[in-house]
Design a protein around this ligand. Structure first.
Ligand SMILES: Cc1cc2nc3c(=O)[nH]c(=O)nc-3n(C[C@H](O)[C@H](O)[C@H](O)COP(=O)(O)OP(=O)(O)OC[C@H]3O[C@@H](n4cnc5c(N)ncnc54)[C@H](O)[C@@H]3O)c2cc1C
Length: 382
């Protein structure tokens, strides 16, 4: 695969655009060939979970940021690359084909775009550069023990005290809270309310007194998620996005951004490469396996075309259902790929780890059932 795709409905290219596109591709290829050293590629290949080893992520982030490519979809004026869907997809695929380290950066993918869309000028000036230079790492504090799919049942208390809120309660399943410097969270600021009313969307530093992070270990021994306890944590009310009481609207905005780009086609192509490597090492070359892998390749191509159409507003779905569609298809495809990889190499520790690591993908950022409900509603099912 070279990362190119064609989809009816996408605007046709002029010859000037073709030349610009070829120049872009050449620049990306040259950059990746020069900067992706063998140790970085080895770290990329060795990745089983959502992100590569910390040292490799740091080195790769710094190289990308120096080139202005760390935040592909952010506008240039905020330090992003300002790429079109086509450019973003080419870069993802070209990186995948060279086993670049996998960066799972919540700052770039979720809260950054939200701050760009809905943050104040002061928030943009404070948070965006710190995300790009790696000073701030973010985690997401939405789920609570009694509020998962039914997120609006959340009860973390935000009591107003002068210019601050005092937070009391807990969050659960918070990915990478152990290394985050900041958390964006939803809390209930109007105690008598239920559901999506009376919430506030806050940006909170993780070193505030009263925050306690406790690990949750997965069945395979990995440590990614946590319980986070708030024992009277004081945080400024000004550090919020949206209105006090209107946090649900902000959270929905955030989720439409986050669900769409959690599992990228680059991640899927990396998983395909791993499955093929595993099959080759296990000496498996049967036509039926090759057919199965080719089918999975085609599903990635289809997803990629859909991704481009979504970006160009051509799917006929508004933002939230379109993001649900991409999240659902991408995560279920990721599981199908690692399943094929495990069947091809059942004794491989790597294939086993990769298989286990993708099981949770259809739970986090909304379960598949929840996304199917959203899509059903969008197409008018009762
Ligand atoms: C690895 C991992 C990482 C995570 N990271 C984060 C994080 O960083 N931050 C964060 O805030 N949260 C995180 N989560 C939490 C995740 O968002 C929730 O687990 C998810 O929303 C489901 O909620 P729940 O676990 O409470 O399950 P429940 O909501 O109790 O659901 C249980 C089952 O019932 C089904 N179900 C529920 N409601 C419906 C319905 N209306 N129709 C049909 N079926 C339904 C679900 O699909 C599921 O199969 C993470 C979860 C995992 C597993």
């Amino acid at each position: 695969m070279d990362g190119s795709f064609y989809m009816e409905g996408l605007p046709a290219h002029t010859s000037d655009e073709d030349a610009a596109s070829a120049a872009f591709r050449a620049a990306v290829d040259a950059f990746l060939d020069t900067e992706l050293t063998e140790d970085l590629r080895a770290a990329g290949r060795a990745t089983t979970g959502l992100k590569s080893a910390s040292w490799a992520c740091k080195v790769w982030r710094e190289k990308l940021n120096a080139r202005g490519w760390y935040a592909p979809t952010w506008p240039v004026e905020h330090g992003g690359a300002g790429w079109s869907a086509e450019q973003r997809l080419y870069f993802e695929n070209a990186s995948a084909m060279r086993d670049a380290p996998i960066l799972m950066n919540s700052g770039v993918r979720t809260i950054g775009p939200l701050i760009i869309e809905a943050g104040t000028p002061a928030q943009k000036a404070h948070y965006l550069p710190a995300i790009l230079n790696g000073e701030h790492e973010w985690c997401q504090g939405f789920s609570e023990p009694q509020a998962g799919s039914d997120l609006s049942a959340l009860s973390l208390k935000a009591e107003r005290d002068g210019d601050d809120f005092i937070l009391t309660g807990s969050k659960i399943w918070t990915s990478f809270a152990q290394q985050a410097t900041h958390m964006f969270l939803l809390a209930r600021c109007e105690p008598e309310t239920h559901g999506g009313k009376g919430l506030v969307f806050l940006l909170v530093e993780m070193d505030r007194p009263g925050i306690e992070v406790r690990p949750i270990r997965f069945i395979d021994g990995e440590y990614e998620t946590n319980e986070v306890f708030f024992n009277g944590v004081r945080t400024p009310a000004a550090n919020r996005i949206g209105e006090i009481g209107g946090g649900w609207k902000t959270a929905k905005q955030l989720m439409a951004i986050a669900r769409g780009n959690n599992t990228t086609t680059g991640l899927l192509r990396r998983a395909m490469r791993a499955a093929r490597r595993g099959a080759a090492a296990a000496g498996l070359t049967s036509p039926s396996l090759q057919m199965r892998l080719a089918e999975l390749d085609m599903r990635i191509d289809t997803l990629e075309a859909l991704d481009a159409c979504t970006d160009n507003g051509l799917t006929g779905l508004n933002t939230a259902p379109a993001a649900s569609q991409l999240k659902l298809l991408a995560t279920e495809l990721h599981q199908a790929i690692t399943e094929a990889g495990l069947e091809a190499a059942p004794n491989s520790d790597f294939a086993q780890a990769k298989y286990l690591a993708t099981r949770a993908a259809t739970i986090y950022s909304g379960t598949s059932e929840v996304h199917r409900n959203i899509l059903a509603k969008a197409i008018g099912c009762p």
